[in-house]
Design a protein around this ligand. Structure first.
Ligand code: SF4
Length: 587
């Protein structure tokens, strides 16, 4: 309810640092802007002193009133008038209205307004006679940077000062959010609050939270739809989750299988009807047994069928541990060498290079495991680590061209991300086709390969799994990490370990334990952007490159692992479905 997650953060994580970088870019339009200290107590004192001036512009202003405290991204004072300025990363079209006067149905807008309403409330209490307005800054869709390195805000004073300021002024469009904020101050929208608070004024809700009674904990503390996003819901290590600790009064045999993890539609209706566990859910499309699904389910798995299998499993009814449909045999048609390739891309509101748009994707890293027909394995990787290079794409393409045998065989990807990435880079190069003629040729050759009749030049394992593969450890979606986890668990439990012959490789868990905070695509992207923005400490500059490289290598390795598992089982298929039940295995 403080409306500011960075309030107590002494060492902002990468994403937070990049957000602050964006805020600092917006703040440059206010002459004489001052920045408060990281420590919020010190910042509160600085804010109080600086606000004694008639005019002030403060980045990270901390306002306190009683027990309430808030940090405001930019607070501008002009006599008795105060402006709360929030910077939001969401792109806004120039044609959109310049006022937000309604909360609307969008969760993101309501969340922005709830933050500003809380800030408004605290500021009003601290300065009761102030006239307060709220402005939201958004990057505009039509913006193009006129210089390289616009993202390097901290070097504003050193280079391209005038151009940078002009670009920052054009980049952000300002929207008057005062009317919408006042509405939320009076009534908290349901879409972003617990039902206990919706409809209350922000002031009443803040006082309620501050009071020692906390009545909602005792009377209204119950499971609800919002639990879906709550970190406390499920067991973590040996610690039981919230639901297991406080709500397990039903007879449940699988208390860790919650309704929210069921694939497909209908979970919201179930939780609204008081059904919170998978084993209590009903199958509503008629395919309510394995036999019926096998007989009438069709050649591919639908999301609904995956949901049905999860429910059958939760109810301990007959369901297979592995089920592959004949379509998976496509895997036998791939031509060697196989290049298991993974790209990492970054998008950021402040463009890195001249003529780029906000959030234009920048491909900054790849990892490729190349498997030869003779079983040989070769790992190639590349990463851009030069903070001053505004355009890593030419080096990225040159490095790809050095992957052994890349113009032959099959490029294996998980989702069409890599093939789309190649198309995207070609399109950006085509804007300067004379300069990048060589790179365009390389990329076109990678796209089509040496055999123009070969239809699986780019082979998507995700599509194969989505359509034709099921195993009983699939609990949380069909993403690469989830599938690697599910298949690794399957192999550890029932299979012969799928060997890759490369002892250097580690599991995702080991990557997570690696002391660098890089554990998913979003953190990898933000760590790299922080590197480009020159926001890393010397120690981070030392460890981040290796962590990024390991993270990306593991994704390409995971694809290889998945492929070998699928290939091994496809080999024993005879044209019919492959269905394995646990009782049919000797293990
Ligand atoms: S899981 Fe527990 S703590 Fe989390 S929102 Fe639900 S009831 Fe509250």
């Amino acid at each position: 309810m403080t409306g500011d997650e960075s309030l107590f953060s002494e060492k902002p994580i990468y994403r937070q640092r990049n957000k602050l970088n964006l805020r600092n870019a917006a703040a440059l339009r206010f002459p004489g802007v001052r920045h408060t200290s990281d420590s919020f107590r010190l910042a509160a004192r600085e804010t109080e002193v600086w606000l004694r001036d008639q005019q002030a512009a403060i980045c990270g202003a901390v306002i306190m009133s009683g027990n309430l405290v808030t940090r405001i991204p930019i607070l501008v004072k002009d006599g008795n008038r105060f402006f709360i300025i929030q910077i939001h990363g969401k792109l806004r079209k120039e044609s959109e209205r310049s006022t937000i006067d309604e909360v609307g149905k969008k969760r993101t807008t309501a969340a922005y307004l709830l933050k500003s309403a809380y800030r408004f409330e605290v500021l009003k209490r601290a300065y009761p006679n102030a006239e307060i307005s709220v402005e939201f800054f958004f990057p505009g869709t039509g913006f193009r940077s006129t210089i390289d390195g616009l993202n390097r805000v901290q070097f504003y004073h050193k280079k391209d000062k005038k151009e940078k300021l002009a670009d920052f002024n054009r980049l952000f469009s300002s929207v008057d959010a005062t009317p919408g904020t006042l509405k939320v101050c009076k009534s908290i929208p349901e879409v972003v609050s617990h039902s206990f608070f919706s409809g209350q004024s922000v002031g009443d809700a803040a006082d309620e939270i501050n009071s020692t009674q906390l009545p909602f904990y005792s009377e209204s503390f119950r499971r609800h739809e919002g639990c879906k996003w709550c970190d406390f819901r499920k067991k973590k290590g040996d610690e039981p989750g919230c639901w297991q600790s406080f709500f397990l009064n039903e007879t449940i045999t699988k208390p860790d299988r919650h309704i929210f993890e069921l694939a497909g539609h209908g979970n919201q209706i179930q939780s609204r009807n008081g059904i919170f566990y998978q084993e209590k859910a009903e199958i509503d499309d008629g395919l309510d047994s394995f036999e019926k699904m096998y007989k009438y389910g069709g050649p591919t798995f639908t999301i609904q069928q995956r949901r049905n299998l999860q429910i059958l499993q939760a109810k301990s009814e007959e369901s297979p541990i592995l089920w592959m449909k004949p379509g998976i045999k496509k895997i036998d048609e791939v031509k060697y060498p196989l290049h298991f390739i993974d790209f990492e891309a970054a998008t950021y509101a402040l463009p890195f290079k001249r003529a780029a748009r906000p959030y234009e994707p920048v491909y900054f890293q790849f990892s490729c495991h190349t498997l030869g027909a003779d079983g040989s394995l070769c790992h190639t990787w590349w990463i851009d680590l030069d903070p001053e290079n505004p355009d890593p794409h030419p080096d990225f393409v040159n490095a790809i061209s050095r992957i052994p045998g890349i113009f032959d065989g099959t490029v294996i990807q998980f989702s069409p991300f890599e093939s789309q990435g190649i198309k995207n880079i070609i399109n950006t190069f085509k804007k300067n086709s004379m300069i990048f003629a060589g790179q365009i040729i390389i990329l076109e050759e990678i796209r089509h390969g040496t055999d123009s009749n070969y239809r699986y030049r780019f082979f998507d394992i995700n599509e194969l799994i989505r359509s034709y593969y099921y195993n009983s450890f699939q609990m949380e979606g069909l993403g690469l990490k989830q599938m690697y986890g599910a298949i690794k668990k399957w192999e550890d439990t029932y299979g012969d370990e799928v060997k890759d012959g490369n002892p250097e490789h580690v599991g995702y868990q080991e990557i997570q334990d690696y002391d660098s905070d890089i554990y998913d695509g979003s953190t990898a992207m933000n760590a790299w952007i922080a590197l480009k923005n020159d926001l890393l400490s010397p120690e981070e500059k030392r460890v981040i490159p290796e962590a990024l490289q390991k993270y990306c290598s593991l994704d390409s390795y995971a694809m290889l692992y998945l492929f070998r598992h699928l290939q091994k089982h496809a080999k024993i298929m005879d044209g019919n479905d492959l269905v394995i039940f646990s009782q049919s295995l000797s293990k």
